[in-house]
Design a protein around this ligand. Structure first.
Ligand code: LLP
Length: 478
């Protein structure tokens, strides 16, 4: 389907067909799905490293700070730590995951709590501050800890960039960053001693995501550099310019500018500014390294073409529903193309369509399909909507497959509500637990084992029990 050619993938690419079977990093995807079950997120770590090295070369001597929000898989992050990547995090939870040297971590985000600021200050990461109130909160946290906090202001560059309204984060009508005038005024107050425990180090900007034009990244950088100069005129030692992320990925066979083209427009701007450059790619490093593998549950005719119902959907990959994003869909075993169809999930929402009007082969129940380019903002945005467990994550590295995150079980979904309810000290005397043990219907738990039932291929003695028929949480029937 790429460029109008059904199921053609680049030879020897991260995902490619060998003898008619989809391979990921050299391993057969049908075997991976057999071993790990479906639905399944697969990430090829060598591909992440190749993309990282490419950016490192293109933006040298700039630093590459991987934007953890795109994919926080711990094995993937460990691989990036090993090759000395830095990180862009946006929450305490991401800070905890990121690892590596704190001086290579920046902490952005439009709303940070004191509980998030404190560990960030303690470990010495640079905070990207998005409001005057946040600057005051940071000052209070640093003073309370008798420490110092390094920070840069995030400026809103007012750039109309990004292909979808939700990806336009650099426009003045979005919630992100500070208007230029406010940022300059804040740096004036910092220089005047208004924030005695804070050390300003630079300026941050993010023009948008999936940028279609290198000029947008340059426009953002120009705004940041203007604020940097203004801060320096107040005597502040600002020497970092962080231009954010946004490097695009070619999802649908169109053309997007290359990373090198983005680097080329930045180089002269930054060279003249005597500032260290930081870039925060998320998608570019991981999108193409990942796929979501699913099993066909049913195929039914519909007015819009064949509807292929799979065991994953918008709850595991929300990008098509939320941004009308297009992802390539390929069969795991090549079959005869039989025309367009849609790939739909089990969720009770009409928006639960992973792809529509895409060429699909002659699929039947039990066949496998892969949704490609799903390594960024896939699992990271997955939910348990409709009571659905989230997929397992498998990384392929050095010719081996490792399940680094197990599939969630039905039991897991009850875990947050198990045990006695805690009575809150509101309106009644404080303390203690309610006497009723509440949640998680006990009969259902008895009937639904969280461990997989015996292999369906093995004959079983005796009549089936209800638990066997319900199968495991991957939807396999016993
Ligand atoms: N830095 C900042 C400050 C950001 O806000 C973002 C993304 C990035 C870096 C990384 O951007 P990237 O290089 O991945 O484009 N869920 C959407 C993308 C939202 C991105 C939000 N911010 C999607 O699935 O397309």
């Amino acid at each position: 389907m790429h460029n109008g050619q059904p199921f053609r993938l680049e030879d020897g690419g991260t995902f490619s067909f060998r003898h008619g079977v989809l391979h990921a990093g050299g391993l057969a995807v049908d075997e991976l799905a057999g071993a790990a079950g479906t639905p399944l997120y697969l990430y090829v770590l060598d591909a992440v490293e190749v993309a990282y090295r490419r950016l490192e070369r293109a933006f040298r001597p700039g630093r590459i700070l991987y934007s953890v929000k795109a994919n926080g898989n711990l094995a993937l992050l460990r691989r990036l730590v090993a090759i000395e990547a830095g990180f862009d995090v946006v929450s305490g939870g991401e800070l905890l995951r990121a690892g590596g040297r704190p001086d290579r971590i920046v902490f952005a985000g439009v709303g940070k709590t004191a509980a998030e600021l404190a560990p960030a200050v303690r470990c010495g990461v640079v905070l990207h501050v998005e409001s005057a109130d946040e600057l005051a909160a940071l000052q209070a946290v640093a003073a309370g800890l008798r420490g110092r906090a390094r920070f840069g202001l995030r400026v809103n560059p007012d750039v109309e960039a990004g292909l979808h309204p939700y990806l336009r984060t650099g426009h003045h009508q979005t919630k992100f960053g500070l208007p230029v005038r406010t940022a300059v005024e804040l740096y004036r107050r910092v220089a005047a001693g208004g924030f005695p425990d804070l050390d300003p180090v630079g300026v941050h900007v993010h023009a948008g995501s999936q940028l279609a034009d290198p000029g947008d990244l340059a426009a953002g950088a120009r705004v940041a550099l203007g604020v940097l100069e203004a801060g320096r005129r107040f005597g502040l030692p600002l020497d970092r310019v962080d231009v954010g992320g946004g490097l695009p990925v070619d999802y649908d066979g169109g053309t997007v500018p290359s990373a090198e083209e983005f680097a080329a427009v930045l180089a002269p701007l930054v060279a003249g500014a005597r500032a260290e450059l930081e870039v925060e790619p998320g998608r570019f490093l991981v999108a193409r390294a990942g796929a979501l593998v699913a099993k066909v549950l049913a195929v039914k005719p519909s007015p819009g073409g064949r509807a292929v119902v799979v065991d994953t959907g918008m709850h595991h990959l929300i990008r098509p529903a939320l941004y009308q994003a297009r992802h390539r869909v390929v069969p795991v075993r090549l079959g005869r193309p039989t025309g367009p169809g849609w790939l739909v999930g089990p969720i009770c929402e009409s928006a639960d369509v992973l792809a529509s009007g895409v060429p699909l082969p002659d699929l039947a129940t039990g066949d496998l399909v892969a949704v490609l380019d799903a390594g960024a903002y896939g699992m990271a945005m997955a939910s348990n909507y409709n009571g659905q467990p989230r997929p397992a994550e498998v990384v392929v590295t050095d010719g081996e497959a490792l399940m680094t995150r197990r599939r969630e079980t039905w039991e897991d979904l009850l875990a947050w509500e198990s045990g006695p309810a805690r009575r809150l000290p509101v309106g009644v005397p404080a303390g203690g637990h309610a006497s009723v043990a509440v949640y998680g219907a006990p009969e259902a738990k008895r009937l639904m084992p969280s461990s997989p039932p015996p292999d369906p291929a093995q004959p079983r003695a005796g009549p089936p029990r209800a638990g066997d028929l319900l199968g495991d949480s991957s939807g396999r029937l016993g």
